[in-house]
Design a protein around this ligand. Structure first.
Ligand SMILES: Cc1cc2nc3c(=O)[nH]c(=O)nc-3n(C[C@H](O)[C@H](O)[C@H](O)COP(=O)(O)OP(=O)(O)OC[C@H]3O[C@@H](n4cnc5c(N)ncnc54)[C@H](O)[C@@H]3O)c2cc1C
Length: 518
């Protein structure tokens, strides 16, 4: 029996309660808003697990132009420059907005921000809260603000399973609750459902987040972009814990070095060394592991006994795995961490489907290009949450359309998808495994069973990866190691993704690059 939640009909519905969702809901105030989330508010979010902080050009030696240059360099030629400039310009204002919601950034006695350094940033520009407990502190402050905001109705323990549409626009959400199916009738939905790490066996993300926002938007007809670009964090703690713990780049920012089992500093000759961009460091570590080696982060000389004071949360993580980071080397390995791709949006978070906004990691604005610059993601989540809310506030309230009954799809089964994705869409990729994954994933999508929803997200990544015949940013192909001279971002809707997948399965074409020389 499907319950229809008509008492809240017509309100804006924000799905997901990480930083992006909560900033959106708070900025929409006093407009009546529903904040609907899978677990408890703020829980099961990457936001709460962030360690490093938020990038913003707040230092006296810094400005948004320098921040832009670093972002474009990391993005490896695929950032949308206009989008990046616009988002980065809003960074200092977003930090102030978060402060207005009660976030207390770490400051000096003189009241200046204590700014950290992270990989591929040319300046100290990472604002943090409570050292490496940054995400938890930010999320706690935002939860406090949400709970005090009367215009926000929080619905916890509810998972959005389908976006409902009528006449090519959003008309509601079909959700699963512990009591059964629920339809929330609304003409304005903001998806803030986070990343795709749950699709992989080894990830730093909450295990249940597999890209639900991408699945919901794609099934409803919205376009996706940049799906092939999946960022691997180079230094996850190599232990049996799942999701894996993260050893923030900030530790390398403080001078910790990477060595192999022979004590060799294998990145010493690389420009930027351990602070080169994530894709470069992840590939170098993967190469060491591929030859059956081991990789360690050595902070003994750089930090020693200062480690615990500087990185209390990371110290706890290491100790849980039996490692004392002040006196021992920390075993590390790459792990899936962040998705640059997602639902294509404009600078206000609008998707190509009327009535649907997408913000935070679920979206693809063009800020990150082929590779995200560290700590630009919480920033983007804040800026775009604010902008989507302002955009919606300027629109007249839509009339509620009551959707007809639809069956609620089953909960996602990730167990069969993770091995396929981990095998074929990792740090190093090539045609045969990618095309094999497309065949397997297409069968799951067309089977319409419990694996179909995560398979659809994974299939989209595989199809985009299959079509990019070059190595760029986080997308590294052993069969196409060079960059093409005329690479572009790609956008596709679900129809195009499925027909491309079917074409690849039935008739893999030989690859020709006549019009686009290397
Ligand atoms: C360990 C770790 C450390 C990181 N450190 C940093 C850092 O220092 N700086 C930085 O900039 N970035 C960092 N990142 C990345 C950053 O945290 C994320 O990109 C960002 O928090 C994403 O925010 P979000 O609001 O888009 O999604 P999330 O914070 O992931 O929130 C997603 C929300 O959606 C909910 N949800 C998902 N699906 C559904 C559904 N179908 N129905 C209802 N609810 C749903 C989830 O439960 C959750 O509440 C880190 C990530 C990780 C995993």
């Amino acid at each position: 029996m499907t319950e229809i939640l008509d008492r809240l009909a017509g309100r804006v519905v924000v799905v997901g309660s990480g930083l992006a969702g909560m900033v959106t809901a708070l900025t929409l105030s006093p407009k009546p808003t529903v904040l609907l989330t899978r677990a408890l508010v703020g829980a099961e979010s990457s936001s709460a697990w962030a360690q490093g902080g938020i990038a913003a050009s707040l230092g006296e030696d810094d400005d948004s132009g320098l921040h832009l240059a670093d972002t474009l360099a990391a993005g490896d030629g695929l950032c949308d420059i206009e989008v990046a400039a616009s988002i980065l310009q809003d960074a200092p204002a977003t930090i102030s907005l978060l402060e207005s919601f009660g976030v207390r950034f770490d400051k000096t006695l003189e009241g200046k921000f204590q700014l950290g350094l992270e990989a591929a940033h040319s300046r100290r520009r990472i604002a943090h809260v409570e050292g490496d407990g940054c995400g938890a502190a930010i999320v706690a402050a935002l939860i406090g603000a949400v709970r005090q905001t009367r215009s926000i109705t929080v619905l916890e323990g509810i998972e959005a399973r389908r976006l409902l549409t009528a006449n090519d626009r959003v008309c509601g959400l079909l959700c699963a609750t512990p009591e059964g199916a629920l339809i929330v009738s609304t003409s304005r939905v903001v998806l803030a459902t986070g990343g795709i790490g749950g699709l992989y066996e080894v990830s730093t993300n909450p295990a249940g987040n597999y890209g639900q926002g991408i699945m919901l938007a794609a099934r409803a007809g919205a376009e996706l972009s940049d799906m092939e670009f999946v960022q691997f964090h180079p230094t996850a703690l190599d232990s049996t814990r799942r999701p894996v713990g993260l050893i923030s780049e900030a530790v390398r920012g403080e001078g910790a070095i990477l060595v192999n089992e022979n004590g060799e500093r294998f990145l010493a000759d690389q420009p930027g060394a351990e602070l080169a961009s994530r894709d470069i460091v992840a590939r170098a570590i993967s190469a060491e592991i591929a030859r059956d080696g081991k990789v360690f982060l050595d902070a003994r000389k750089a930090l020693g006994q200062r480690f615990e004071r500087k990185f209390p949360a990371i110290t706890t993580l290491c100790r849980e795995a039996g490692v004392d980071p002040s006196s021992e080397r920390i075993p590390v390995r790459p792990a899936v961490h962040y998705h640059m791709g997602g639902v294509a949006t404009d600078l206000n978070g609008r998707s190509t489907l009327e009535g649907l906004w997408v913000v935070g990691e679920a979206a693809s604005t063009g800020l990150h290009g082929a590779n995200r610059l560290a700590s630009n993601s919480l920033l983007e989540a804040g800026v775009m949450g604010l902008r989507a809310a302002q955009d919606i506030s300027g629109l007249p309230a839509g009339g509620a359309i009551f959707p007809t009954h639809v069956d609620v799809p089953p909960p996602a089964d990730l167990s069969v998808i993770r091995p396929i994705v981990s095998r074929s869409l990792g740090v190093l990729r090539s045609a045969e495994p990618i095309d094999g994954a497309i065949a397997d994933l297409l069968a799951h999508v067309e089977g319409h069973g419990p694996s179909a929803d995560p398979a659809l997200v994974a299939l989209s990544i595989a199809v985009f990866a299959s079509l990019r015949h070059e190595s760029r940013g986080a997308h590294a192909r052993t069969d196409f190691p060079l960059k093409l001279a005329c690479a572009n971002r790609r956008r596709m809707n679900l129809g195009a993704i499925l027909s491309t997948a079917r074409r690849i399965v039935s008739d893999p074409l030989p690859v020709v690059h006549k019009e686009c020389p290397v």
